[in-house]
Design a protein around this ligand. Structure first.
Ligand code: ZN
Ligand code: ZN
Length: 433
């Protein structure tokens, strides 16, 4: 396609975004998607506000899962509840044979007391780590659930024209302890086996933008724990023991050289942070042990393995050089979220159809997501949906007590996920040539 035609097409779809839906010339189902998404939008907003006002912490999403299950059943979708805890799986058979695509939304809120000034602000409290806390959809998962419920309505309505199967994965506890892994263990990605999996996450970038990245998109997040064992002695006679405090200081510096000297940073970034250190209780006593706790983030599975090995070698070797011992344990958290490069390239035109030039490449993020587990089971694509308001005073990062989602993004999200599914299943994403 020439650049002139491309600009023209983008302009047309920009109009489609904010005005009447336009039928696509390349996939006849696009017009249907856009019309049905517009028709269900008021309902999506209502669901979103209701879910926002009634957030639930991870693995306690009983009300939300109930809403989801009831809605899917009302559409004639096959529903399984209690998957991996409070997860819900819906299976929609299209009218013709074809591949299997899965769409995922996470349902959990966070232990955050809402301060956003909206009429449907959460007043919910819950017990968390032995304390009464406010609960809020501070990461915007209320939007994800409402959008995917809307997508279910759209695709159910046009099921006769959909070749293949759509699986709806409503998962618990993304914010921890994780709901994707137990859902997979319960067979969510099998029967029928999923060929590709998509998800979106809201972000405070402007409404009308969708960002994506090939390959490592979100980091792996692993816990690091190092116990340095020396030998206790008087602080005035350090030669009488082995000082774990001086050893720990060397280890912390050494760990930073794992990242700066041993990782190919041109290939993929990495982070090693020690966020907590405990040892000793008096200035003139050298203690027996020091405990250090930290986090390791990487954006490439190979880098992750390498950093784990090198961190362990560095800590153990520095300790040994001081006559001490380091006991290193790495608590594996969420893996790297990897967007399948071929799938990403294949689906970018679908995103462009929705937001035109608002579909942009994003830098890697050092946060983590358990969508990564689904993307280990089938080629995956995880995109960011801009929900940032025009008024900058309303724009706050995810997890903020002021987090605010502009609802104009909801129909964009519905159209995006529905189009990803349909374009994948028909093998006919609009092409740019
Ligand atoms: Zn979050
Ligand atoms: Zn989130």
């Amino acid at each position: 396609m020439s650049s002139t035609r491309r600009r023209l097409t983008t302009g047309l779809f920009f109009v489609a975004l904010f005005a009447a839906p336009a039928a696509s010339q390349t996939n006849p189902l696009h017009g249907t998607i856009d019309e049905l998404a517009a028709a269900i939008n008021d309902q999506v907003v209502t669901w979103r506000r209701d879910i926002h006002a009634n957030p639930e912490l991870g693995m306690q999403e009983f009300r939300t899962a109930g809403l989801v299950a009831e809605h899917l059943e009302s559409l004639g979708i096959d529903v399984q509840t209690g998957v991996g805890g409070t997860g819900v799986v819906g299976v929609l058979e299209g009218g013709r044979p074809g591949p299997v695509v899965a769409l995922r939304a996470d349902m959990d809120g966070l232990p955050v007391t809402e301060l956003a000034d909206v009429p449907f602000a959460s007043k919910v409290t819950a017990q968390w780590q032995g304390r009464e806390v406010g609960v809020m959809h501070a990461c915007g998962h209320d939007n994800h659930v409402a959008i995917l419920m809307g997508v279910a309505s759209v695709l159910a309505e046009m099921r006769d024209n959909v070749p293949g199967t759509v699986k709806f994965l409503f998962q618990p506890a993304e914010e921890g302890p994780g709901g994707a892994e137990p859902m997979i263990a319960d067979g969510a990605m099998e029967n029928p086996k999923v060929d590709a999996v998509f998800a979106l996450h809201v972000a405070p970038s402007p409404v009308g933008t969708i960002s994506y990245r090939e390959g490592g998109t979100l980091a792996s997040s692993d816990g690091l724990r190092i116990v340095v064992r020396g030998t206790q002695t008087h602080g005035a006679m350090p030669w009488g023991g082995v000082d774990p405090i001086a050893t720990s200081a060397q280890i912390i510096n050494g760990l930073q050289t794992v990242v700066s000297r041993q990782v190919d940073l041109t290939d993929s970034p990495a982070i090693v942070t020690i966020g907590q250190i405990e040892g000793g209780n008096r200035g003139n006593i050298i203690p027996d042990t020091v405990l250090m706790i930290g986090t390791i983030r990487t954006l490439n599975p190979d880098t992750r393995t390498l950093v784990h090995e090198r961190v362990t070698r560095m800590a153990e070797s520095i300790a040994a050089a001081n006559g001490a011992e380091a006991e290193v344990s790495i608590d594996l958290g969420y893996p790297v979220t990897v967007n399948d490069p071929d799938l990403t390239r294949q689906m970018v035109p679908s995103l462009r159809r929705i937001v035109g030039d608002g579909a942009t490449l994003r830098p890697p993020a050092t946060g983590a997501e358990d969508f990564s587990y689904f993307a280990q089971e089938a080629p995956g694509l995880f995109i960011s949906l801009g929900v940032g308001a025009d008024d900058p005073s309303l724009v706050h990062p995810n997890h903020s007590p002021y987090f605010y989602a502009d609802e104009r993004a909801l129909p964009i999200g519905v159209r995006a996920l529905a189009s990803l599914a349909v374009d994948y299943l028909t093998g006919r994403p609009i092409s740019e040539d």
